[in-house]
Write a protein that binds this ligand. Structure first.
Ligand code: SF4
Length: 142
């Protein structure tokens, strides 16, 4: 059975910035076909739950209150990649629009709900290293 990475919040872990999860029955059902490694790059980067939300701007990651969290996001992305390599994952199903996990579309850094093209820090690192990243709305493409 193939092993894939999945954003932990999509599986029901309450690791989001607001202390909640975002479980998806469709994503949880992937366990019938794949070995799943749940990952949360923001937690792996050392950030607490709950935490002040962050968005990507000018190549860095900044919190709503102005702190530069780029180092934490890079660390969390690196740890997630480490797990992809240890478990031989060539595919990741990650939460859309997150500054860590988002793939193809992220918020623009203004905290106004405006989306722009781009990837979260972890999604970008995984892609750069040959891992195929799919948002939760694209799991049929696995
Ligand atoms: S970093 Fe990814 S897995 Fe963790 S809460 Fe955010 S979207 Fe979910």
């Amino acid at each position: 059975m193939k092993t894939i990475l999945v954003s932990a919040c999509l599986l029901g872990a309450a690791c989001r910035y607001d202390g909640k999860s975002k479980p998806s029955p469709e994503i949880i059902a992937l366990r019938d076909k794949y070995n799943i490694i749940p990952v949360c790059p923001e937690i792996y980067g050392g950030l607490p739950t709950p935490r002040v939300p962050c968005e990507i701007k000018d190549g860095g990651v900044f919190s709503l209150t102005g702190e530069n969290r780029t180092a934490e996001y890079l660390r969390g992305a690196g740890e997630t990649l480490r797990l992809a390599e240890i478990f031989g994952c060539d595919t990741a199903v990650l939460k859309e629009r997150s500054p860590a996990c988002g793939c193809g579309e992220i918020y623009d850094g203004s905290f106004s709900g405006t989306l722009v093209k781009g990837d979260g820090v972890c999604a970008a690192l995984l892609k750069k290293n040959g891992v195929r990243v799919l948002g939760e709305s694209r799991i049929k493409e696995i």
